[in-house]
Ligand binder design. Sequence first.
Ligand code: UD1
Length: 418
Amino acid sequence: MQKLKIMSVVGARPNFMKIAPFAHAIAAHNARVSGECRASGGECSPSTDNLNQKVLIQHFLVHTGQHYDKAMSESFFESLDIPHPDVDLGIGSGSHAEQVGRTMIEFEKVLLAQKPDWVVVVGDVNATAACSITAKKCHVKVAHIEAGLRSFDQKMPEEINRMVTDSISDLLLTPDEFANANLRREGHSEDQIKFVGNIMIDTLEANRGKAAGLALDQIINDNLIESGVGCREASGSSDSPCSMPHALCSNGFAVLTMHRPSNVDHKEVLVPLVRLLIDEVSAELPLVWSVHPRTKKNLQNFGLWDEIVQSKNIILINPIGYHEMLKLNMTARLMLTDSGGLQEESCVLGTPCITMRETTERPVTLVEHGGVSELTGSDPVKIRKAFKKFLNFDRKGHCPPLWDGKTAERIVERILEA
Ligand code: UD1
């Protein structure tokens, strides 16, 4: 029986929902191969003509530890049934150079000890670039899941991570035709580019049912920040922990997430944004805001936190789990976000999405390409306009080609063929 050792890497929250279906597809492949073995009387040379079915995959999972809070990391391993990482590098927070440098130093040791055939990286976080560079320098082949995305904005750290990773990857596993075109334009060969679809949607399709069954009020009550001061005031009740969710159910609500440095790191950007959210957006539609640690820190540093907490139509919640966010997204009248993953999920679910970014590496989600997302940057004028327009939008999902829940299977096949 042939064996192939694949080392995959996760570092930060958006990686976890991409690695879950990959790990499950490897397990399913191995179960098929072992089943063939048993069927042929324990002879581990399966009869199939398909060479892929004769290879057992040994999967070794590395967590770099860039995200380390339970709510930002561990809860996803539990809820998405991701195997426990074989190694946690414990990198933690720091500047980009610190995170990338520490990751390379620690990852090299694991790589040299484990000697995998492939390193598989996902997305565009610091772990993606750090581990792909380290692997190539150790002459280990690299496969990049979600290759070819380009925002064409090199001020985004993720754009640098994407460009560096794609430039040295042996296998470029792409989510959409825009990504294929970007890679062709950059001179990558057709042999390297494999159009497999969007792995995030595998996770969405596998977890839709569970998310739909969650209770909205419980999600909010279990994750409220500051004991739901805003909730009590809005509902006019002081004895219930939060009766706001009933208002949310009847009148609808918007969901907000933001964490990009371009939106949250500068006071002159964040102050007008918060004013718009308090004075106009939430006055029209209650706002459920899941606050990223970076954003919370900056809101506190810029003296904005207390006013938001007191704001009667804003419900502040801690970072929530995958199913909880999926339920909010399925139920919300609209999404305001600077997250790439939520843009994609809103596209499939049909939730009108105000994308608070100047550019996107995911143009397939935009209204002009059949999706539900509109770019506004952090400009209050553009956000106000999109908000008014989207308030009366009908929910209409859009599934680009190969966003079909079977991407991880295709990825395993492409790696085995390479
Ligand atoms: C990272 C990714 C970004 C992704 C985002 C999702 C890069 C370059 N950026 O950005 O692409 O969209 O994750 O969340 O890799 N912190 C905690 N607990 C944690 C993790 C972080 O409190 O578990 C705080 C720390 O104060 C840290 C700050 O959040 O300094 C930012 O975290 P960091 O990992 O530097 O980047 P993100 O902004 O999360």
